[in-house]
Design a protein around this ligand. Structure first.
Ligand code: AKB
Length: 318
């Protein structure tokens, strides 16, 4: 039986991943780890245990791991790419020093560990079209630098100590539940909110800028599927390219406009976001994820758009 700790359980991915894991393994087997100021609420609070689990406090994590006999940790603590540029030291403290704490806990208490990487682990010198699994990773953001370090440290703990570390490189994640905060790909979430609210969308990313994106149900499925995969089939570990759909702002706008004909968009490019977006792949080659553990996305842009609009209309009462 799995006993799981989700660190960062009230964040964009964590809030939905915790609920999905509770559906699969039972509420009492999945602990929602949070930090003070970001306490779980509603269904997340009521459907299972929650505990303070700050990555910068190794002792607190050890206590939770012992109390619930945890064997699997999903470590989702991180500052996203744009906000990390304003707080580089904090981004490192959470993303790398924090990871070190979690890796040590995983080593000492024999836990499997998932710590996501991102398309942000690539940089300008990476091949941008069908970015290979194993390629140049020279990112120029602190987010990217900490994600490359995450991949390397996670591999190191696997090779040196046998810690069962696994990860994917997430594209921009789109969801209607918990909004992301401070990412470069956030526009692809915000655009749906504007469409449903009947507002004109001001797009911070230039026309023609391609980036990989994924709908949340596929992202959750990928994380869980990888952690449940047969380890003898894994050639790679940290971290698998994960692709689902790749689009530019005008393409997602057109997809939404087919369902909301009066929807309008204008461009007001944010230089930092654009600089980061330009350094990331247009689309990744995820064939290793497909062949090593059976990755297969369910949603394309049209299916995601239909679902996002329907769910947001209910959520926003529109
Ligand atoms: C971001 O935009 O910072 C994230 C990511 C792609 O890792 N959504």
């Amino acid at each position: 039986m799995k006993n799981v700790l989700v660190i960062g359980a009230t964040g964009q991915i964590g809030s939905e991943l915790t609920m999905e894991l509770r559906k699969r393994y039972g509420g009492s087997h999945v602990v929602a780890g949070y930090i003070i100021g970001a306490e779980p609420k509603g269904e997340l609070l009521e459907s299972g245990p929650s505990e303070i689990a700050d990555v910068t406090d190794a002792e607190a994590i050890v206590k939770v791991v012992k109390k619930y006999d945890i064997d699997t940790i999903y470590n989702l603590a991180a500052l996203l790419s744009v906000v990390a540029e304003s707080w580089p030291r904090l981004a490192w403290k959470i993303g790398v020093d924090g990871l070190w704490n979690v890796l040590e806990v995983a080593r000492e208490h024999h836990c499997a560990l998932f710590t996501p990487s991102s398309i942000g682990s690539f940089g300008l010198t990476t091949p941008h079209v069908m970015t290979p699994q194993d390629t140049i990773q020279r990112p120029t953001t602190i987010y990217g630098v900490s994600k490359v370090t995450t991949e390397l440290l996670s591999d190191y703990y696997f090779l040196k100590y046998g810690v069962d570390t696994r990860a994917v490189r997430f594209p921009g994640i789109i969801s209607y539940v918990t909004p992301p905060g401070g990412g470069t790909t956030d526009y692809a979430v915000d655009i749906y909110y504007s469409a449903v609210r009947g507002e004109k969308f001001v797009c911070p990313i230039k026309q023609g800028t391609l980036m990989d994106m994924i709908y949340m149900p596929d992202a959750l499925h990928a994380a869980i599927q990888l952690m449940e995969a047969d380890p003898t089939k894994l050639v790679h570990r940290n971290a698998f390219n994960l692709a689902s759909m790749s689009f530019a702002p005008e393409t997602i706008y057109a997809a939404i406009k087919r369902h909301v004909p009066e929807f309008e968009m204008e461009y007001k490019v944010d230089p930092l976001k654009q600089h980061i977006a330009d350094s990331w792949p247009d689309c990744m080659d995820d064939s290793c994820a497909r062949s090593e553990w059976g990755w297969q996305p369910q949603y394309d842009l049209e299916a995601m758009t239909v679902d996002m609009l329907e769910k947001l209309r209910l959520k926003l009462d529109k």
